[in-house]
Design a protein around this ligand. Sequence first.
Ligand code: PEP
Length: 255
Amino acid sequence: MRIPLVAGNWKMYKTHLEAIHFVEQLAHGLAGHDDQKVEIVLCPPHTALRSVQTTTEDRHQTFGVGAQNMHHETEGAFTGEVSPVMLKALRCKYVIVGHSERREYFGETDEGVNSKVKAAFEHELVPIMCCGETDEEHERGETESKVNGQVRAGFDGVSPEKAARAVIAYEPIWAIGTGKTATPEDAQKTISYIRSVITELFGDAVSSQIRILYGGSVKAGNAASLFGQPDVDGGLVGGASLDAAEFAAIVKAAL
Ligand code: PEP
């Protein structure tokens, strides 16, 4: 039985003070809801991780804190980077790895993503590994070959025990921040295909445990139909996660 997960990727939005305010509003919006049935993960910018961690701990809801990126080394002369050890010390549980914006604007490759996935596991962080096709690839019917390659490369050298704990986010790039969403049926089709790739790589037990999310213009209005698909275990939410009321409604859709 997979517990649904709804993760908010704040990207480069919100100061640590705005983050504190957001957590208060979100907790208020979720008050009275059965919190054990869905895991809520907030992924603020690094500067707000500490504030989100301290304001979410000891709450009724099952909150997890995640970073949006990290370096794969534990420490070193890498100006501007943060390491898995540093995230772990802040009690982060998750780290987003290989988001399409990182791949596009910061030159992240499948190999680099693989190093980060392995580093996350080494330091007991759960990677939320993103994959997805561009608009052109989608038009050319290359969705499956694209995600197949990204998933195989991302999990190269990872043991089945670790893979079972991972989270994959299928995020068609043409749907991110565009207002265009994959239909629930298309999201289901690709996510079930990703699950079949995991079966090939790691076997049935792992593929029935691993959580696979949909991301790409998820909103309160479309969340229930997307999350209602049998293989869709929740969502990675960008823009709509910045508004506490909207995000609370998305979390409730996953319940
Ligand atoms: C994302 O950034 O992971 C994302 C899915 O963004 P949005 O929800 O804004 O499309």
